[in-house]
Write a protein that binds this ligand. Structure first.
Ligand code: TYM
Length: 336
């Protein structure tokens, strides 16, 4: 039996941060030997919020370089750009037509972002999860490795696939395969450095709220120095009254490759004055090899282009087959 398939993607808007790394990319790297991986840059999703046309293509390349710099191996993985594979938008339209509007209005991310955009909120923001469902369903993955915030979108993806199968499939012959989410407990929800009750996010207006993967040692030091803490001595996990403490200890645990128990023991008596330099040093050391590799890859545009060209070919070979299957089930004629 062949390997199972995983698929996931990241929007190339803003700099990637520790949440993207610990919630997603690091897990992709860890599992890549056991799965056939399809990883993409969700550049079509980038337009659901106001975007900068002058920066989009470059940001897309930067995310691809980041995947490689974090350790994605092309022997196990296909890396491609969403907009290079037109089947994504084709299937998205077909799925849009079978998705009830109220399913989309229920999406938490839509509601949160729509509030921020006020009267200017675009239809793209509402339909965003349908495009995401198309991204996933085209590749018939077994699992979709993401952070906790994507859970609702993955449930919707399953609901849309099940609805299409029910409405247009034959009994015991589903058209689309229902994928399972793969959400790791540790790092699934990295919180903001300035508010331990909110997730670390590219769209937070405060730069101090996140550590970006390409931050310099000085920036990392500054952000950790300024991050929110509490006046209590002795550091503990899982205290609901101390969300910042839990978040910073979790970051330290993952970045230093230790167990939660070992860190709980190490930090039990520590004050923030001792812990912050430790976390700073650990974060700088963990990001340095990624940053070095990233800069080397970005300096070789030709290589990156060849990766994406090959990625597109491999992605299209699968996506077009699924699209054709769905179109046929929906009664479309084949192109002459
Ligand atoms: P995006 O670009 O917001 O985030 C990319 C990945 O990073 C994870 N993530 C986090 N994990 C832990 N803590 C955080 N603070 C944190 N912030 C972000 C996300 O869960 C995600 O795994 N809609 C998606 C992109 C997308 C996609 C897809 C993903 C489009 N099509 C198909 C999977 C499959 C998004 O905006 O992710």
């Amino acid at each position: 039996m062949g390997k199972q398939r995983v698929l996931s993607g990241i929007q190339p808007t803003g700099d990637l941060h520790l949440g993207n790394y610990l919630g997603a990319i690091r897990n992709w790297v860890e599992i890549q030997r056991d799965y056939d991986s399809f990883l993409f840059m969700a550049d079509l999703h980038a337009m659901t919020v106001p975007h900068d046309p002058a920066a989009l293509a470059e940001s897309t390349y930067k995310v691809a370089a980041t995947y490689l710099a974090c350790g994605i191996d092309l022997d196990c993985a296909t890396i491609f750009v969403q907009s290079h594979v037109p089947a994504h938008t084709d299937l998205s339209w077909l799925l849009t037509c079978i998705t009830p509007l109220n399913w989309l209005y229920d999406m938490v991310q839509y509601r949160e972002k729509a509030i921020k955009q006020g009267e200017n909120v675009g239809a793209g923001l509402l339909c965003y999860p349908v495009l995401q469902a198309a991204d996933i369903l085209l590749y018939e993955p077994d699992k979709v490795p993401v952070g906790e915030d994507q859970k609702q979108h993955l449930e919707l993806t399953r609901d849309i696939a099940a609805r299409l199968n029910y409405q247009f499939g034959k009994e015991n012959q589903p058209i689309l395969k229902l994928p399972d989410p793969m959400i790791r407990k540790e790092g699934a929800r990295v919180m903001s450095l300035t508010d331990g009750t909110r997730k670390m996010s590219k769209s937070d207006p405060s730069e101090l709220s996140r550590i970006n993967l390409l931050d310099s040692p000085e920036e990392i030091q500054h952000k950790i120095k300024r991050c929110k803490t509490d006046p209590i001595r002795g550091l503990t996990f899982d205290d609901p009254e101390r969300p910042e403490c839990n978040n910073l200890l979790t970051l330290y645990t993952i970045l230093s490759n230790q167990t939660k128990e070992a860190v709980a023991e190490e930090c039990r008596e520590m004050g923030w004055g001792q812990f912050k330099p430790l976390l700073t040093e650990t974060a700088i050391a963990a990001l340095k090899p990624i940053q070095d590799k990233y800069h080397a890859i970005m300096a070789d545009k030709g290589y990156l282009e060849s990766v994406l060209r090959q990625g597109r070919e491999q992605a299209e070979a699968i996506a077009n087959v699924t699209l054709a299957k769905v179109k046929s089930a929906l009664g479309y004629s084949t192109p002459l």
